[in-house]
Design a protein around this ligand. Structure first.
Ligand SMILES: C[S@@+](CC[C@H](N)C(=O)[O-])C[C@H]1O[C@@H](n2cnc3c(N)ncnc32)[C@H](O)[C@@H]1O
Length: 233
């Protein structure tokens, strides 16, 4: 799979792309991630990429010229051009189903916004989709693009070892349960013992117990809870 990232800050991706799982996947040729700087497609001595919004308002917007030229150049580098996504807070919210959908594609282009975001004609000209990583606002699309790349990469064949198959993870499988509690050594830590059943060696009962725990954890999570719950204050 090829992922192109279009950004004003390619240097933000250096250690992320070289990091353990992703770095190994790239070196093994399982994923091809490329960075292109929007600034290289800006014109004039100042290489301007942003300007004030028509109608007034705070901040600056990314101008259509440099972003569209940059994305079109990236799309033209290889066939198929792939699906193009603008990272925006108001876009389709990323969840595991969306990650699975993206991981099945041969190529995607991720466009990172900055400042107050994109001139509306950028999405219209590129027929781009919009993708959000959650209902909050970041300073730029780079961290959002890293979230997408990380989540997609671990679903690609060969990226995770057999023992750490993504199929066991939260939100995977038909019922999309979250994972229940897991334990490792020691058997007792500060008075908290590992549940006996996990030490029983009875794989059938362990599987049933884990499923019950996952169902309970999923139900608990779906109940509304305040971020500052009294128990944590
Ligand atoms: C400060 S934000 C712009 C926010 C925009 N004015 C708004 O109110 O929707 C700058 C850039 O960060 C990125 N960004 C911020 N929050 C994001 C989110 N939740 N998901 C994806 N990208 C996000 C987008 O690329 C956006 O263009």
């Amino acid at each position: 799979m090829r992922i192109d990232i279009v950004t004003l800050f390619p240097e933000m991706f250096t250690s992320f792309l070289d990091g353990s799982l992703l770095g190994a996947a790239r070196r093994a040729g399982l994923i091809d991630v490329r960075l292109t700087n929007i600034r290289d497609f800006a014109e004039g001595v100042h290489r301007q990429v942003d300007d004030r919004p028509f109608g007034g308002g705070p901040g600056m917007l990314l101008m259509p010229g440099p972003v569209v030229s940059c994305v079109e150049a990236v799309q033209a580098e290889a066939a198929p051009i792939g699906r193009t996504f603008l990272l925006t807070p108001g876009g389709r919210q990323l969840d595991q189903a969306a990650v699975e959908e993206l991981a099945a594609l041969d190529r995607i282009v991720l466009v990172c916004g900055r400042y107050e975001g994109f001139d509306a004609r950028i999405g219209a000209t590129l027929a781009a989709e919009e993708l959000s990583i959650g209902d909050y606002v970041l300073s730029g699309g780079e961290v959002a693009a890293m979230v997408v790349v990380d989540a997609v990469a671990r679903l690609l064949p060969g990226v995770l070892g057999h023992e750490e198959s993504a199929g066991q993870d939260s939100f995977s499988g038909a019922d999309r349960l979250v994972e229940g509690p897991q334990y490792t050594r020691p058997r007792e830590f500060r008075g908290l013992a590992v549940p006996e059943i996990l030490l029983s060696g009875d794989h059938g009962r362990i599987a049933s117990w884990r499923r019950e725990q996952a169902v309970a954890a999923t139900a608990k999570r779906s109940r509304p809870h305040p971020v500052h719950s009294p128990s944590h204050s």
